[in-house]
Design a protein around this ligand. Sequence first.
Ligand code: HEM
Length: 460
Amino acid sequence: MSEIEIPNRKYFRTPATAPGPSGPQMLPAFGAIRRDPLAYLNKIWRSYGDVVQFPIPTPPSYFVSHPDAVKRILVDRPRDYSKATIQYKALSLVTGDGLLTAENPPWKEHRLMLQPAFHPRQLEPLVGQVDQGAAALLKEWERASTGESVDIERAMLRAALETVGHALFSQDLSGDAVELTDATLDALEVVVARARVPISPPAWFPTPANRTLKRANAILDGAVARLIAARQQGSASSTPDVLDLLIAARDSSGAPLSAKEIRDEIVTFIVAGHETVAAALTWCWALLAASPQIQQQVQLEVDSVLTSEHLMLSDLARLPFTRACVDEALRMYPPAWLITRKALADDELAGAKIPAGALVIMSPWIVHRHPDFWVDPDSFVPQRFLDGSVTRHAFIPFGNGLRLCIGRDFAYAEAVALVARIASRFTLSYPEGKSIPAANPSVTMRPIGGLNLLVESRIR
Ligand code: HEM
């Protein structure tokens, strides 16, 4: 990208330290941001480069897109960048102070406490659960396999919620699936709306959005109460799951977690652990359905590996191409498309001075398309993940460093297992005249209008 001059300007008392749009250019941009935030981010990155400053006096706000600068924030200096941003404040209206939004302390104590539930040994039962869930889904599709289209996004949301329920809480959430996924999606819509404007009415004020949030939170709270009650009535899990760890946890003074602390962690896992995975799976199928040859390659690989009735964890390691398709979908449509931090100390990023207190915005959507790191970034090329050409810190669908997603391995196992199971039985394609939907970047990246595909059975 060519050298761009930093204009000699100040935003009230905030000096300009990086190029960016001027105040008058910014006003009409608000509409564009609301209509299509991805196009807007792409445009300002192409116009101004790897560190862009918005003409906002407080907090000084920067959009950072160079993978090295992103690595500095997330990996090299994570303690100098906190999560005290408008994005996480809005999210905490749903998840409270759970692991995703928590600051240190209590973040570290809770992360150490919950880490055992994500130990690799937990992945074997997880794959078994995904396999079982997939069997029910595929049976349903077998009935629909007569040329009608199937709502793939809804199916992936349900499958992902059921997996979270079984794997983290050893309970069947399928009865609550529609209500819980709708409550999650409704709550996240409100979160996004709040995160996009600097001033919102307080959460207690009865606006329609706040009423939606209250209703959604009540549904999530109800699910938490049922999970805890069922555990107290003795439906214990064979190995300690998230629920066991939360109930048994003691802080440094020996006190158990409060009911609110337990509620916040459980809601965090329901919210963070199901919509993201469902989005990754939905986009993976959106891309595979548009690339029949690549889908066929997945089927060939899967057919040679899935020879027994049940899918095992060890099978996943023998599905590198399927895993590469999941990676490439995560690259092109990263469900968590925006990551924000607040700078706690002065710093310098890609040559730009960043003052303490600044808001730093990063987008995996843009980082994953940086031309210095990715060849032909707008094309679906899973092979790039197999030929050793990927620079690790230019691929950040799960974040990076200290606050890396705790559910990353869990998500990979679940996604690869489900893609493999579906590919073994069905070929998915677009109905006549349809193709990959446009992306709507809400809290996660979702297809506008959902994703409806034709499912054709491979077993005749
Ligand atoms: C494809 C699926 C997923 C994606 C793309 C994803 C993405 C992310 C990202 C980007 C972060 C870091 C946010 C930041 O640094 O600001 C994160 C953190 C987190 N994710 Fe995930 N995630 C996925 C699946 C899951 C699953 C399955 C779970 C739980 C079962 C989960 C639970 C969490 C939690 C608790 C955190 C906060 C970790 C911490 O700060 O200690 N995620 N995720």
